[in-house]
Design a protein around this ligand. Structure first.
Ligand code: NAD
Length: 442
């Protein structure tokens, strides 16, 4: 069966997927709670609703995205009509991580199917309940030759990477991203890499600090800080540090109460390996707020850290947990030095009311995407491309950008036959001076 060419077929299967996801909404909440006690609110907001909304948007627009696009012809080719055709790559491999295991499996899958590809999805082994549900929904929706989920760990992913694919879409760590890129290079397979990084969150003295504190606490501690675009560390103007810390503490209390362990709104660390890694990161330090942990529960409370060594492990790699270190700056050189220590991040956040400062930050720093006066929410607009740059990734998706990622853009020039301008043909003879003039003119 050809899955690629019939746009109606693609649309019908995505409608079926939408129907099946809507049927399983309660199961999605249950699976994520089982895997790492993800709060129902966060699951609906950041997993199922995002997928449902993306599906609806794709179903509504995919026919228009798929249509050949006519572009202005060049007079050099007169008379012609020139088009861009969106052609499916063919067989696509999608490898997804554990931290948003539903959404990060389905969003690339939906875009790949809309563009006419067949898909093999390898979800994460660290979220067994959600990955099993993802696989079940796929079985209920798609012909096995069209879309299939292959469950398993890194060895299964490594086996899959040995096969020849027409496109590979990987979401995960930068280290594994490099393994994927090497495997893809073997067959010159095009790839998208959605990776991580150390995302700065800059707060200057002109910012609305109360609002900044609330939006930082929300973006950082959602999913217990296990979000690729969460602020990794704060870089705050020395003048407002004390005030901001007090406001952050108040917001943390407001969100999770005096004992976050008892809060139904605070998730757990994914596994004991990550729990050990995170608790070791904070061990050497005086903790400003939080720092409580329970190994059996894989619990680590929302934590603020001050006065730490910037050379320590805490400030080396991506934290990926509920720990927020606070650094300060006095001037823009300090910001440059701090940001310069790290590779281009996946996100950058800036809280300021100073438009000139905002312009300078946007002009001088490269990052995947970000927000001014908020955190994380740029992810939710499907009209904004989502992706990293440098070590935080390559390529982009969401909405039409996802459709385009999974489509080869085939340029086709349709030439008319009723006239043939002969100047380009040999023998060239005295035509050189004419062709020079014509080329200059164009
Ligand atoms: P990971 O790289 O460990 O694993 C991701 C996937 O790759 C899993 O399915 C895993 O089984 C597979 N894998 C692991 N080792 C492999 C190997 N050697 N060969 C082939 N496949 C292998 O990442 P993770 O721990 O699941 O996720 C956390 C990371 O993902 C963080 O760095 C985070 O920033 C990043 N992330 C990025 C985005 C984004 O959209 N840019 C989103 C979520 C997470």
């Amino acid at each position: 069966m050809h899955f690629s060419h019939d746009i109606r077929f693609r649309k019908e299967t995505l409608q079926k997927l939408l129907h099946n996801i809507l049927l399983h909404q309660a199961d999605i909440v249950e699976a994520l709670h089982k895997d790492f006690r993800k709060p129902a609110f966060e699951t609906i907001m950041s997993e199922s609703s995002i997928v449902i909304s993306d599906l609806k948007h794709t179903i509504k627009n995919m026919e228009s995205w798929a249509r050949p696009k006519k572009v202005r012809a060049s007079l050099l080719n007169f008379p012609s009509r020139d088009y861009i055709y969106s052609e499916p790559y063919g067989k696509v491999l999608v490898i997804s991580p554990w931290n948003y295991p539903f959404q990060l499996s389905f969003l690339p899958l939906i875009a790949a199917v809309a563009a006419g590809n067949s898909v093999v999805l390898k979800p994460s082994e660290l979220t067994p309940a959600t990955s099993a549900l993802v696989s079940k929904i796929i079985r209920e929706t798609f012909d096995v030759k069209h879309v299939v989920a292959v469950l398993g760990d890194a060895t299964i992913a490594a086996d899959l990477l040995k096969k020849k694919w027409d496109y590979i879409f990987f979401t995960g760590s930068t280290a594994v991203g490099k393994i994927v890129a090497k495997a893809a290079a073997e067959n010159l397979t095009p790839i998208t890499l959605e990776l991580g990084g150390k995302n700065p969150c800059i707060v200057d003295h002109t910012a609305n600090l109360k609002l900044a504190a609330r939006r930082i606490v929300w973006g950082k501690f959602m999913n217990a800080g296990q979000t690729c675009i969460a602020p990794d560390y704060l870089l705050v103007h020395t003048k407002i540090k004390g005030k901001l810390i007090a406001l952050l503490q108040a917001e943390m209390e407001q969100a999770y109460g005096g004992n976050p362990e008892a809060s139904p709104d605070f998730a757990r660390i994914i596994n004991s390996g990550h729990w050990k890694r995170l608790t070791a990161l904070i061990e050497p330090y005086k903790i400003l707020y939080g720092g409580q942990s329970v190994e059996a529960e894989r619990y680590l409370s929302p934590t603020l850290i001050d006065e730490f060594n910037v050379e320590s492990a805490l400030m080396k790699g991506e934290i990926f947990g509920p720990i927020l270190p606070i650094l300060t700056y006095e001037n823009e050189d300090d910001i440059r030095r701090t940001l310069g220590r790290y590779e281009k991040p996946l996100s950058l956040y800036l809280f300021t009311e100073n438009k000139e400062f905002e312009k300078r930050i946007l002009r001088h720093y490269s990052f995947g995407g970000g927000c001014i006066n908020d955190t994380v929410v740029h992810f939710s607009n499907k009209r904004l491309p989502f992706g990293g740059v440098g070590q935080s990734g390559m390529g982009m998706y969401h909405g039409k950008y996802g459709f385009d990622t999974f489509s080869h853009k085939k340029s086709v020039l349709k030439k008319a036959s009723w006239i043939d301008i002969t100047i380009r043909y040999a023998p060239y003879g005295k035509k050189l001076k004419w062709i020079k003039r014509i080329m200059e003119w164009f």
